[in-house]
Write a protein that binds this ligand. Structure first.
Ligand SMILES: Cc1cc2nc3c(=O)[nH]c(=O)nc-3n(C[C@H](O)[C@H](O)[C@H](O)COP(=O)(O)OP(=O)(O)OC[C@H]3O[C@@H](n4cnc5c(N)ncnc54)[C@H](O)[C@@H]3O)c2cc1C
Length: 402
């Protein structure tokens, strides 16, 4: 393949795709088109250091931006360009400004957008977090003494809550599950993290459903009404209730877009040789776990899926099966949570080291293992010294499915 590769989505996955294409010797033209007007930047600090710090926008842009490698000097960047349609048969993408681009190969890297709570009211005080602009808008409202409700106690919700608490806000988290981050790390580790948040003064309403945003009558929030009738009084709310894949521009091509873009194990979109996907948007079978296609929303995924996708475009045949070890981290209240493997797929968890009470987690850390039908499929490590991480990572059984 020597022709024009069009990468749609100019964030981590788009950048990595272009780097991998050049690294694998693709010398043909590459265009990276993205909806944001900024060059690719790093998102994980948005819920952590950006919210707790006071750096101005220019400083943040400087510190968060990825430095494109010199091999990308001849790549064309088309920023501020939202793809609105795509004709896979004609190999053409249309953009919101009515421009079109033709390609020989297409790489899909349009990631996710935050899901919104489908209830009206208090719109002037409701925030989401995905972009630097989102983070700057939210940070401007994180004023000591204000009351913040965080809806959704997944990773982003928990990090926002911890950051806001550090800035002196009164924080209440509202969650439908029994424990924060339960889907990703299970109920035992989730309850341990809840105890940590509580010890820092964060309040919880678990197994709680929202029935309404109570509006003062001027678009500002008075509070949030729960199914129990209770009202959580708040000055602002963050909706951290998950994300939806940015697939609207791909509709009409007969693709399976039911949760992201369905890919095969070579990151090819439904077996097409000229279309690949990478990163948060890609639903692919990771043979580390099994043959079930899933999306994985971790920072490490753009790196390894982009490499695989670029190989699929550049090489005639991609032989070996693809079974990367998933990994993610989170920082909350000064503790690093590190995960390897797929704890969410475990059917049982066990304590490997330490204890789950907040003081012990702070002092010495804790390690949990997750088994699936006896196989150690994941570990979650909270507050462990960096030197101990590799030991537990090696406990994860990387034997792949065939
Ligand atoms: C606040 C936050 C904190 C995080 N913290 C962690 C962490 O601590 N640890 C961890 O492992 N992971 C973390 N992540 C996840 C990690 O950042 C993502 O996995 C990663 O950003 C995915 O990169 P991506 O390029 O696939 O998608 P994205 O970063 O979502 O990029 C997609 C790009 O495509 C653009 N786009 C969308 N639609 C279109 C369109 N129609 N046309 C053109 N362009 C389009 C978007 O504007 C965006 O720039 C965090 C994510 C967020 C948001």
């Amino acid at each position: 393949m020597t022709g024009h590769v069009l990468v749609v989505g100019a964030s981590l996955s788009g950048l990595r795709l272009a780097e991998q294409l050049r690294g694998l010797g693709h010398t043909g033209p590459v265009t990276i088109a993205g909806a944001e007007t900024r060059m690719p930047y790093n998102r994980p600090p948005l819920s952590k250091d950006v919210l707790t710090g006071d750096d101005d926008e220019a400083t943040l842009v400087q510190s968060l931006s990825f430095r494109p490698r010199p091999t990308l000097d001849d790549v064309t960047w088309k920023l501020g360009a939202t793809a609105v349609a795509c004709d896979l048969a004609a190999r053409r993408v249309s953009f919101a400004d009515s421009s079109t681009l033709s390609y020989d190969a297409l790489a899909i890297a349009t990631g996710l957008s935050p899901r919104r709570v489908p209830l009206s009211g208090g719109e002037k005080d409701r925030y989401v977090l995905r972009t630097l602009d989102d983070a700057l808008a939210l940070r401007a409202r994180l004023i000591a003494g204000a009351r913040l409700a965080v809806i959704g106690a997944g990773f982003i919700g928990c990090e926002v809550a911890a950051s806001a608490r550090k800035r002196g806000l009164a924080v209440t988290m509202i969650e439908t599950f029994e424990a924060p981050m339960q889907r990703a790390i299970g109920i035992v580790a989730g309850q341990a993290m809840q105890a940590l948040h509580r010890s820092e003064g964060i309040d919880f309403r678990l197994q709680s459903k929202i029935t309404g945003f109570v509006d003062r009558g001027d678009g500002h929030l008075d509070g949030i009404r729960l199914e129990t009738g209770e009202m959580i009084a708040c000055d602002l709310a963050v909706e951290a209730v998950g994300s939806t894949a940015n697939t609207a521009w791909l509709v009409g091509n007969g693709l399976d877009l039911s949760d992201g873009v369905l890919c095969d194990n070579a990151m090819r979109v439904e077996g097409r040789a000229d279309v690949v996907a990478a990163g948060d948007i890609a639903r692919f079978p990771n043979l580390f776990a099994d043959h079930v296609p899933r999306r994985i929303e971790h920072w490490t995924v753009p790196g390894f899926t982009a490499k695989r996708a670029a190989e699929s475009l550049v090489k005639e045949m991609v032989q070996s099966s693809f079974a990367p070890l998933p990994a993610f981290w989170s920082d909350q209240h000064g503790l690093r949570l590190q995960s390897y493997g797929s704890p969410s797929l475990g059917d049982a968890s066990e304590l490997l080291e330490g204890s789950l009470c907040p003081d012990d987690m702070r002092r010495q850390g804790v390690a949990l293992g997750y088994r699936r039908a006896g196989r150690m499929i994941g570990v979650v490590l909270i507050g462990l010294p960096a030197a101990r991480l590799a030991h537990y990572r090696n406990l994860v059984d990387v034997g792949r499915e065939t």
